[in-house]
Design a protein around this ligand. Structure first.
Ligand code: NAP
Length: 262
């Protein structure tokens, strides 16, 4: 058993989650791998046990299923060895707001926001009590860019960013590190699953590069990590512009442009 905290990785069966699992195993962390595809999880677990010697457990769960989600929540609440939660499982869906069904968007919102919130909520009190630990939430630059056109997906990722920033403010002073990672286009199966050919998209990052960069941000204890953004000052300017508005929100009267003559 490793002396380092165990990492629970959601969406570990492929893509970004599988590479995070590989990297945390190579750092000597035991793992709990969660996703729906048990065979893929088992294959990854076997390779990581063989190559790194860490303990790897597989838990099959559909995070849009109430009882499966409750099972992972219970694990995060009760297993004191788990000190890092990687909220990575997520999906995108084909089409536009006008063509997507409400069933599909509800399921997307359930996976990308409700599950993320509930899993963070399950582990946070225990981490706060211990005064240590980390929650990593995988957002997306799409959450900053309605222009990209994935409106509901982007809205779920804007939620993940806000949730992470809020949790960082709430839990950070109590010793718990919260990181939002905002990838841009990264070469994984998410593209094919949502009806796109990744080869048609310019500027696609390889998944290993994305995860290794995100882990640099993790080690630096960044609140928000945007691996592809060349100029970190742009994010800082954006965040400072937002903060500069805050005093303006506390007003008894509407702004002059909204005052009526009467
Ligand atoms: P991916 O290759 O499609 O992997 C998604 C992972 O989530 C898989 O392991 C999948 O496993 C799991 N998953 C999907 N639905 C699930 C469910 N209902 N319950 C449990 N697990 C589920 O996609 P990815 O690109 O690695 O995406 C990982 C995260 O990065 C997502 O949050 C995504 O939004 C975000 N992201 C990706 C990109 C990109 O360009 N790739 C860009 C920005 C952000 P099973 O199918 O086995 O359940």
């Amino acid at each position: 058993m490793s002396s380092k905290p165990t990492v629970l990785v959601t969406g570990a069966s492929m893509g970004i989650g599988a590479v995070y699992a590989d990297r945390f195993a190579k750092r000597g962390h035991d793992l709990v791998l969660v996703a729906r595809d048990r065979d893929r999880l088992e294959a990854l677990a076997q390779r990581l046990r063989r190559e790194t010697g860490v303990g790897v457990e597989v838990v099959r769960a559909d995070l849009t299923d109430e009882s499966d989600l409750a099972q992972i929540e219970a694990r995060l609440r009760d297993d004191a060895r788990i000190g890092i939660l990687l909220n990575n499982a997520g999906a995108s869906i084909p089409g536009t707001f006008l063509t997507q069904s409400t069933d599909t968007t509800a399921k997307l919102i359930g996976l990308n926001t409700v599950a993320v919130t509930r899993l963070a909520g399950a582990i946070a009190p225990r981490l706060v009590k211990a005064g240590q630990g980390a929650i990593i939430n995988i957002g997306s630059v799409v959450g900053l860019a309605p222009e990209i056109g994935s409106t509901v997906y982007g809205a779920t990722k804007a939620f993940v960013l806000f949730l992470s920033q809020g949790l960082s403010l709430e839990l950070g002073p109590k010793g718990v590190y919260v990181q939002a990672v905002l990838p841009a286009a990264t070469r994984t199966d998410i593209w094919a699953k949502s009806g796109h050919n990744v080869n048609d998209i310019p500027g696609v990052m390889e998944v290993e590069e994305l995860v290794d960069a995100a882990l640099v941000g993790f080690d630096l204890r960044e609140t928000v990590t945007i691996p592809p953004l060349p100029d970190a000052g742009q994010w800082n300017d954006f965040d400072n512009a937002r903060r500069a508005m805050l005093p303006g929100f506390r007003q008894e009267r509407a702004a002059a442009r909204y005052q009526t003559a009467a």
